[in-house]
Design a protein around this ligand. Structure first.
Ligand SMILES: [Zn+2]
Length: 504
């Protein structure tokens, strides 16, 4: 009777032992070796277990087929393993001990076969040999890993950008900034310095549908990612180097703890385009850190950012404008929708109607775009330049910018006390941001019914920020009335409970 074994093969990511057995070709050869090994012996191959491109040395790496192999050994599906070499199976003493445990307690004949010879794990000698070999392989891997780490550090010291996925804010290659993302970061930094909470920035980014190259597909960007992005030292050009073992031990770490310095103690500056200055970077970090240590939660009475339909959506029961709120973190609703619209009693509403946000917004967007497509079909083109609203908004914007210049001049001349100056600048900045959005929105859409403008909105809709979408919606829609959902039944979104009133 032959013993049933599992064959194991693995491709490694580092040319660990220089045995030329890495890569796809290496796996084919390992498989051939296993088949030869099994054939020459009284062994029956249950199946091959193959893990791709994973090092048997790195602790945090999960090897799904290796886990299956261990399970099948443990549950007596197989009674042994066959591989090219023991170091293909594991380079972790911890994992070897797992195998030794199974072999030691098994009440059936077991085999541990490699082309370099068998290990009899039921004897002291066999276990000693196996442990010694794994230890040596482990040492070789650690050396190889150190070689790679040294190489990466050498690049870091030269200020070369990080390898791998592009960081949020930069184009791939990590040298040139990505204008839209870089501007988002700058705006977030300004907002944070002006008192906005990180959670509000997060909500805004989620609303805008912002994701980073590191965000898992289909998921919104996480709160921690936003914090990581707006405080990262690479923003101001500082080059950090986080050793691989730190990453593996601690997961995501604060790169600011690992800034590289020249021998004179000055920071090493990367060769990429910065997004802010070191002072700005430090200021944002300080503000966020201070808030954390203050234990200060949400500011009292802070105005929550306006969502696409805030105050455009109206309660179907009492007719008041609706607000938005975030679902409780960790709930299914939060995972699925993040936020909802609601009629708020504290704002004088009846509190009787609420609805998950994204489905309503999507519905309104679809209906609006269909409406615009109709307009585009049967009207003549018009010029944005002639739009009186746009002319007015531009004039107002110019005035605000002039006021800011004047305020700064007065401050420099010492005629403006600091406290008052800061208050005034903040007010003007708020006004300026509001007007910029309005001008951009009007610019994008042109006068009321221009066909080319409608077409452009449809074409560019996906690239619009939420405030721009708001501006367009307000231009065409008087109100979106959300009617009360009948009690009971499922909670599927019902477009028939949404009524849109168009502007005449
Ligand atoms: Zn109401």
């Amino acid at each position: 009777m032959g013993i049933v074994v599992g064959g194991y093969a693995r491709i490694s990511d580092v040319g660990e032992l220089g045995d030329g057995r890495d890569g796809e070709e290496g796996v084919t050869r390992q498989k051939d070796d296993v088949h030869d090994l099994v054939k020459g012996r009284e062994l029956i191959l249950h199946r091959m277990y193959v893990d791709n491109d994973l090092s048997a040395f790195k602790r945090r790496v999960v090897r799904p087929d290796f886990q299956d192999l261990v399970n099948d050994l443990d549950t007596a599906v197989i009674s042994g393993v066959a591989a090219y070499n023991i170091d293909r199976i594991t380079r972790q003493p911890r994992e070897l001990e797992q195998l030794i445990d199974i072999y030691a307690t098994a009440r059936r004949p077991m085999v541990f076969a490699t082309t370099a010879g068998d290990y009899d794990l039921s004897t002291d000698d066999g276990r000693f040999n196996a442990r010694l070999y794994v230890m040596i392989a482990n040492k070789f891997s650690a050396d190889a890993a150190r070689r790679v780490a040294r190489q990466k550090k050498a690049e870091a010291v030269q200020g070369k950008p990080h390898r791998g996925q592009r960081p949020f804010g930069w184009r791939s290659g990590g040298v040139e900034t990505e204008p839209f993302e870089a501007e988002l970061i700058r705006k977030a930094q300004r907002d944070i310095l002006n008192g906005k909470l990180l959670s509000e920035v997060h909500a805004e980014w989620v609303e805008l549908g912002v994701v980073s190259p590191q965000t898992p597909a289909g998921k919104p960007m996480s709160f921690t990612s936003v914090g990581y992005i707006v405080t990262n030292p690479r923003l101001c050009g500082y080059r950090a180097y986080v050793p691989q073992q730190e990453r593996e031990r601690r997961g995501r770490v604060d790169p600011a703890e690992f800034l590289l310095e020249r021998t004179d103690g000055t920071p090493i500056i990367g060769s990429w385009e910065p997004i802010c200055t070191p002072d700005e970077w430090r200021a944002v970090r300080d503000v966020l850190k201070a808030r954390k240590t203050d234990g200060r939660g949400r500011k009292k009475g802070s105005t929550v950012t306006k969502r696409m339909l805030t105050n455009i959506a109206r309660c179907g029961e009492c007719g008041r404008g609706m607000f938005s709120a975030i679902y409780t973190r960790g709930t299914v609703s939060y995972e699925k929708y993040v936020f909802f619209y609601l009629c708020r009693k504290p704002e004088g509403g009846c509190g009787g109607v609420s609805r998950s946000g994204p489905p309503v917004e999507e519905h309104v967007e679809c209906v609006l775009l269909a409406h615009l497509a109709n307009l585009a079909k049967d009207s003549r083109p018009g010029k944005a330049e002639d739009d009186p609203e746009l002319i007015k908004a531009r004039a107002e914007l110019a005035q605000v910018e002039a006021d800011m210049v004047e305020a700064r001049q007065l401050r420099e001349a010492g005629e403006f006390p600091l406290g008052e100056f800061v208050r005034e600048i903040k007010r003007l900045e708020g006004k300026r941001d509001e007007l910029s959005v309005k001008v951009a929105g009007l610019n994008a859409m042109g006068p009321q019914t221009g066909a080319s403008a409608a077409e452009r909105i449809i074409r560019e809709w996906k690239t619009y920020t939420a405030p721009m979408k708001r501006a367009v919606i307000q231009r065409f829609i008087e109100a979106v009335v959300i009617k009360k959902q009948p009690r009971g039944g499922n909670h599927a979104f019902r477009p028939d409970l949404i009524e849109i009133f168009w502007k005449k």
